[in-house]
Ligand binder design. Structure first.
Ligand SMILES: O=C(CO)[C@H](O)[C@H](O)COP(=O)(O)O
Length: 273
C-alpha cells in the first residue's frame, strides 16, 4: 500500500467515525461544500482556518491521489499550513499566485446576505486575501453560525487586526465610533494575542443599527489609521454551507436562495484510487 493510499484510508475512516452534534454538523458542511465546489478541474485551492476546516481537508484527501495530482493548496495561516502538510498535499504560498480556483473557509457568523464575521482564530487578514483571490469563495459552518443579522449569536465582536504600536489609538477611535472594543488577550500567555502577521487583534462590539449595514461598518473601521484588516467579509461569498443536527445541510446561495441537502454520501463521487 502506498503512503498516499494509507493517508486516504485514514481520512475515509475518519469520515465514518460518529461525532457529537456540533462536530458532526461541521463535518457535514465541509463535505458538502467540497463535493459541490472542488472538482477535478480545480487545481489552485485555498484552505481556511478554524475547527471546521480540518473536515474540508479530510474530504479533499478522500477524493484520492489522482484528483489531487497537480493541485496546489494555499493556507490562510499556521494551522491550515500544518493541515495541508500533514495531509500530504502540495503546499503553495500566497505570493506565488494572483488567483485561485476555490477557497473554502469557516465563519464565526453569516447573515442572510452572505456577509460574515471572521477572525475568531485571528486569521482574517490572510483569509480575506485568499477570499479575494478565489473565483469561488464559500463558507462552511455548523447551524449555530446561521443568522439573519451579524452579532446575533457571535457576541464577542468584530475582530480587527491592528499594527501593535497603534492599538491604543485604534481602541479610542472605535469607541468614538460607537463600538465597545477590547484588546484580545492570550489564554496561555501573558499579554495580547499576536497574529500570524505579528499584529494585535481588537474585538469590537457594535450596536445592531451598525451591524445591519456591515459593508458600511467595514469601510469606517478600515479607514482608521493603524487598522490592517477587519473581520467583516462582505460581497465575497458565493455560498455558505451549514451542517444541521438532523444530518442535513442548509446551503445559502448568493441572491438569497436557500436549499436543503438531505444527506451527504460517505465517499465523494469523484473518489479514485
Ligand atoms: O475566521 C476564522 C479564523 O480566523 C475561522 O474560520 C472562524 O473562527 C470559524 O472557526 P470554526 O470553524 O472553529 O467555528
Amino acid at each position: 500500500m502506498t503512503a498516499a493510499s494509507v493517508l486516504r484510508l485514514a481520512h475515509t475512516t475518519a469520515s465514518k467515525m460518529s461525532l457529537s452534534g456540533v462536530e458532526a454538523a461541521k463535518r457535514l458542511a465541509a463535505y458538502a461544500a467540497v463535493d459541490r465546489h472542488i472538482g477535478l478541474e480545480h487545481k489552485l485551492i485555498g484552505i481556511g482556518s478554524g475547527s471546521t476546516v480540518p473536515y474540508v481537508v479530510d474530504r479533499i484527501v478522500q477524493q484520492g491521489p489522482k484528483a489531487n495530482a497537480g493541485r496546489v493548496f494555499l493556507p490562510t495561516g499556521f494551522q491550515s499550513k500544518e493541515l495541508i502538510i500533514k495531509a500530504g498535499l502540495a503546499l503553495g504560498d500566497v505570493d506565488q499566485y494572483t488567483r485561485l480556483d476555490v477557497t473554502i473557509d469557516g465563519a464565526d457568523e453569516v447573515d442572510s446576505n452572505l456577509n460574515s464575521i471572521k477572525g475568531g482564530g485571528a486569521c482574517q487578514l490572510r483569509e480575506k486575501v485568499l477570499a479575494d483571490m478565489a473565483d469561488t469563495w464559500v463558507m462552511v459552518a455548523d447551524y449555530r453560525k446561521n443568522s439573519e443579522v451579524l452579532g446575533t449569536n457571535w457576541k464577542q465582536g468584530v475582530p480587527i487586526e491592528v499594527v501593535p504600536f497603534a492599538y491604543a489609538q485604534v481602541l479610542a477611535t472605535l469607541t468614538k465610533q460607537g463600538g465597545t472594543p477590547t484588546l484580545r488577550m492570550g489564554k496561555a500567555k501573558a499579554g495580547p494575542v499576536v497574529s500570524d502577521n505579528g499584529n494585535f487583534i481588537i474585538d469590537a462590539v457594535f450596536p445592531k443599527d451598525q451591524m445591519l449595514k456591515p459593508a458600511e461598518l467595514l469601510v469606517r473601521i478600515k479607514l482608521i489609521t493603524g487598522v490592517v484588516e477587519v473581520g467583516l467579509f462582505t460581497d465575497l461569498a458565493k455560498a455558505a454551507y451549514f451542517g444541521n443536527e438532523d444530518g442535513s445541510v442548509t446551503v445559502r446561495a448568493l441572491g438569497g436562495k436557500t436549499e436543503k441537502i438531505a444527506s451527504v454520501p460517505d465517499v465523494p463521487a469523484i473518489a479514485s484510487l
